[in-house]
Design a protein around this ligand. Structure first.
Ligand SMILES: Cc1cc2nc3c(=O)[nH]c(=O)nc-3n(C[C@H](O)[C@H](O)[C@H](O)COP(=O)(O)O)c2cc1C
Length: 200
């Protein structure tokens, strides 16, 4: 406190937050909303790994909980849109759980991305994806969208196979080899989320 006060006079709220070393809030965003989706299984697995680290507050953020209208079909003032924006505003970084639909992300995730703007800005994101080729094509599309929303997307990207990480493409049984990758991705998300907090 004294050091910062001496340097800058009265410390700002931002400096105070940095000095008190508050934990970052990281949202694990489920990208699919369809009946029978597997994304909750994958999200809970990532959260279990993340919680063991103790380096941030991790929470599952389920797009399906927000009852978001399709962009442009309502007043734009629906309570779900407001809650969605408030939730995103409370987060310092994101882990997107991404599933591949027609070589891209789901319509639900694209709509949810489009229904917010500034609350995405200057935050970091990592991805865990799945599909027949690990969901890689969907994430490459999502990286382009992140650029427009000023979301800094990290490099390490765990990719899960529908054929080998799921039983009958529905029961999630991840191979052990993904564990190190998830932690490496989280290392990068935490480092960049902390760094970008100073910009906001
Ligand atoms: C409309 C639709 C399109 C899909 N297209 C692809 C695709 O292009 N590539 C792929 O690997 N999997 C594709 N799949 C398979 C999904 O990746 C798989 O069903 C996955 O479980 C979907 O995630 P979810 O269960 O969380 O909804 C598609 C599934 C749906 C429903």
């Amino acid at each position: 406190m004294g050091f910062f006060s001496n340097l800058f006079g009265n410390s700002s709220q931002k400096e105070t937050e940095i000095m008190t070393n508050e934990k970052l809030n990281i949202g694990i965003i489920l990208g699919s909303t369809r009946e029978g989706r597997v994304s909750p299984q994958v999200g809970e697995w990532v959260k279990g790994i993340a919680d063991k680290r103790g380096d941030a507050n991790y929470e599952i953020v389920d797009i399906a909980d927000y009852n978001l209208p399709f962009l442009g079909t309502g007043t734009g003032q629906e309570p779900g849109i407001q809650s969605w924006n408030e939730k995103l505003a409370s987060l310092d970084g994101f882990v997107f759980i991404v599933q591949e639909y027609n070589h891209s992300i789901t319509g639900a995730l694209k709509n949810a991305l489009d229904l917010a703007r500034e609350v995405w800005n200057n935050k970091a994101a990592g991805f865990v994806s799945y599909g027949s080729t690990g969901g890689a094509r969907a994430v490459e599309h999502l990286r382009g969208i992140c650029g427009e929303l000023l979301i800094a997307d990290v490099r390490v990207h765990p990719t899960l196979s529908l054929f080998t990480d799921f039983e009958e493409m529905s029961t999630f049984k991840p191979a052990d080899l993904h564990l190190d990758n998830v932690n490496a991705m989280l290392d990068q998300v935490i480092a960049w989320s902390g760094a970008l907090k100073t910009l906001r």
